[in-house]
Write a protein that binds this ligand. Structure first.
Ligand SMILES: Cc1cc2nc3c(=O)[nH]c(=O)nc-3n(C[C@H](O)[C@H](O)[C@H](O)COP(=O)(O)OP(=O)(O)OC[C@H]3O[C@@H](n4cnc5c(N)ncnc54)[C@H](O)[C@@H]3O)c2cc1C
Length: 327
């Protein structure tokens, strides 16, 4: 992991830094670039042009690590409201009318939903208790099933990985319209890739965004990238509609080349990218006929998400420092 990335992730947790970033006017342009709005309606407004272009989307209600059961219940209510509201979006109504909807629709690569949601188990109450979280997750999945939609469970810091995998395995016995995310910085991931392949689950593959110790994750970026390519190839060969979430052009080329060489149709997988990052790359892949899904975050609890994005690219932090100096 680069020094700049470690530094940003470490200092962003300090109270004075938090306060400065939250209140300072200078951060606004960058926050606006990465976050689609404070409310669901604002996020849906920002989604319209992307849907019109033919992008698929995943809406993310920002927030993590609830401090009480009440907070987790409120987050669950928001997730449910998102699914209900998504069902009224004209592009979704049109898509639903063009597809024969069945409970197994979201298990295969055919006719993948245009607008789903991404959620976090710590926002569903994982720090409050596993049974409590499972009940909340099941309520969300039941609503998603009603609307023929899919719920992606984001992967968080490594202390939650095993519990997230176990919970997804458990609920998938009743709800196939969910799956999680695997992070290639973790040493354990190749085994988890085999596990999700055996479930037939639609996994999202990422490099990993949290500050992790060398005891669980590769410190070297080259190893993370290497692991990404090898897991991606395995998922292309044996996975179920995998999602490759990365803005790394070299890796994207490896994936498209591999798919072409092995006769894997473009409809059998998707690329995912973050709202506001590398729009040129998003548009380019879409123009070439690939499925592209944009992760669209919204809400006022944007701070942890925002600092992870800063850490990924030193230039983002430099931009802020320059703005502060100018001011
Ligand atoms: C759709 C989606 C969902 C994700 N879900 C999760 C999750 O559930 N759990 C998790 O741990 N992580 C998640 N991530 C984050 C992921 O782990 C990486 O931290 C992030 O994608 C950056 O890595 P990269 O693959 O783009 O490669 P990198 O090597 O970090 O970046 C490659 C290139 O992409 C561009 N780029 C990358 N990040 C930025 C940025 N912030 N600002 C500007 N340019 C940038 C730059 O041009 C850079 O050179 C998700 C990422 C995406 C795209």
């Amino acid at each position: 992991m680069s020094l700049a990335r470690t530094l940003v992730l470490k200092t962003s947790g300090l109270a004075p830094v938090k306060s400065l970033v939250r209140k300072s006017f200078f951060f606004r342009p960058l926050v606006k670039r990465f976050i689609a709005g404070d409310t669901l309606e604002e996020a849906l407004k920002a989604s319209e042009p992307l849907l019109a272009k033919g992008m698929k989307l995943s809406l993310d209600y920002l927030g993590e690590n609830t401090a009480s059961e009440q907070e987790a219940l409120e987050a669950k209510a928001t997730y449910i409201q998102m699914l209900e509201r998504i069902a009224q979006v004209p592009a979704v109504i049109k898509w639903n009318s063009e597809h024969s909807l069945s409970p197994t629709l979201n298990e295969s690569g055919d006719g993948i939903e245009p607008l789903n949601i991404s959620i976090k188990l710590t926002q569903c109450g994982l720090d409050q208790g596993e049974d409590f979280t499972e009940r909340n997750l099941r309520d969300v999945l039941e609503t998603a099933r009603k609307y023929h939609n899919f719920v992606r469970v984001d992967m968080e810091a490594s202390e939650y990985t095993a519990r997230t995998m176990d919970m997804i395995e458990k609920v998938r016995k009743d709800y196939k319209n969910t799956a999680t995310v695997l992070q290639t910085y973790l040493y354990r991931t190749p085994e988890d890739v085999e596990r999700v392949i055996s479930w037939g689950a639609r996994v999202r593959l990422v490099k990993g965004a949290y500050l992790e110790p060398a005891s669980v994750a590769y410190p070297e970026k080259s190893k993370v990238d290497e692991a990404y390519e090898s897991c991606a190839k395995r998922l292309l060969d044996a996975g179920t509609y995998p999602a490759f979430a990365t803005q790394d052009e070299v890796i994207i080329k490896t994936i498209t080349d591999y798919a072409t060489q092995h006769g894997i149709d473009k409809s059998k997988f998707e690329f995912q990218m973050l709202y506001g990052i590398r729009r040129d790359l998003q548009d380019g892949l879409l123009a070439q006929g690939y499925n592209v899904r944009i992760y669209v975050p919204f809400g006022d609890a944007w701070y942890p998400y925002f600092t992870r994005r800063l850490a990924e690219r030193p230039a983002n932090t430099l931009f802020i420092i320059k703005s502060l100096l100018k001011g």
